[in-house]
Design a binder for this molecule. Sequence first.
Ligand code: PEP
Ligand code: MG
Length: 588
Amino acid sequence: MTFTVHGLAVARGIAIGRAVLVASSRIDVAHYFIDPARVPAEIDRIRTARNAVVDELQRLQQSVAQMGPNEAPHELTALLDVHLMLLQDEALTSGVKHWVTERLYNAEWALTTQLEVIGRQFDEMEDEYLRERKADLEQVVERVLRHMKGAASPVSPPPPSPRRSQQELLLDDTVDVPLVLVAHDLSPADMLQFKQSVFAGFVTDVGGKTSHTAIVARSMDIPAVVGARSASQLVRQDDWVIIDGDAGVMIVDPSPIILAEYGFKQRQGELERQRLSRLRHTPAVTMDGEKVELLANIEMPEDAPAALAAGALGVGLFRSEFLFMGRQGKLPGEEEQYQAYRRAVEGMQGLPVTIRTVDVGADKPLDHTHRDDAHLNPALGLRAIRWSLADPAMFRTQLRAILRAAAHGKVKLLIPMLAHGREIRQTLAQIDLARAELDNLGMVHGPIQLGAMIEIPAAALSVRLFLQYFDFLSIGTNDLIQYTLAIDRADESVAHLYDPLHPAVLKLVSDTLDACRALGKEVSVCGEMAGDVGMTRLLLGLGLRSFSMHPSQILAVKQEVLRSDTRKLSPWAQTVLLSDDPSQLMPT
Ligand code: PEP
Ligand code: MG
């Protein structure tokens, strides 16, 4: 039966495909596609771990049998029997095999997927005793997973298989229909793993529009919906679903009429993209001749070609933290970072690359084992520059790598989350020290322009202080809104209060732009607001001339720029700025 799940629209477009549920197990597991040649080995890995658990349980059974009746309660014996039975049950083994063979899931993913499938069957059972056996099933599967984790894995998760074109997907009979990812939650590190893979769209239960999960989804340029609450509970593995990334809904089990309607919309979207692609080489100049700089936000050096293809004039934000994620706490060394920054710089073929120093913490944990839930307010905690300054040696490793990459092209260094003059001075001292360290070692490094992000209200209110130290500023509206309105950007339950048009937010943005203009300093916006076509005219009217966004949004924003006349937009923007309810004055 068809039903619709509502969430928040994150990345535009329509995706139609079969649901792949990523179960949220109590044990974190890697999710990746294996090479078809690895299927037998992967199944073997599961068999070995399962046999090890069977042995373990049988040994326990024997020792229980040797105990006296007072030492070993009857319940324990019964429980071990149940666990052994579940472990050897056909539904589990054949199901797991199916996911590995047919879908090419890695062993851990296949196990958690089948756990979810059987778990739901347990949930539906009338008999309470049987229903409660779900917990036992979870325990045995976790035992198997733990064994697999402990056993030296023959492959540490290999790099995900490269993204395949729709054409290749259709030719490959193991993956003959587009797949759509449905999960309770996906960390930015998870998303990164999926970035190269085959998914045509995705939906998560949690997350806000500017959560980092949503941001990575946008960079993948596939339709996505977040904050869809119980989506992952309502959808079953392999259900047909439609994701409408424009409306923020997912339609499950659509009827043929609905499928046809969305198929049509999908084709229309494709035509619109083709039309926009003609603007690629058109300079972004307003009708009254104002030149506008459209830059790209990237997460990995490999994103540089997409930035160039979209006609970006450089990288306005390279979120370097993605190099640090999903590595089980082992941070990249100087050489590895240098090579990555160098690839980004060379990939941009002489255009400037703004590298932001690492911004982990809050909704960007390094990996599953480093989740920041332990802190009461992770977004207000040891994040971004605070994290870097707390470990100066680690920070200088990154700074040296960036300074060295600057010898290969135009590099701008951007510091996130600064609020305090003392932090600014500490940061500058570390940069000087990093430079001196390179000089001492006789290593080549290049000149950099130095910038700060304005993303804390305190920073926006002391822009003049910042401009004493920095060559340029970049306004991170995602955090600026979060901290101004006290709305967790990753929390879907307060997403309706997250408002880029709040008068306080607009005033902080506008004052920052004015201060930079007065002192002749460069300023850009690199938060999601910069890539929102509904905001382009307002930002132009407020005086912004440099926008940084995901490459996929550049052409649509350019189209807005080409249709704008700043002579008309400036006075209008002032009325919006002074309004108690700016949203009323925005064009619909
Ligand atoms: C921002 O806060 O607007 C920003 C660009 O940084 P991030 O989204 O990575 O926090
Ligand atoms: Mg930020």
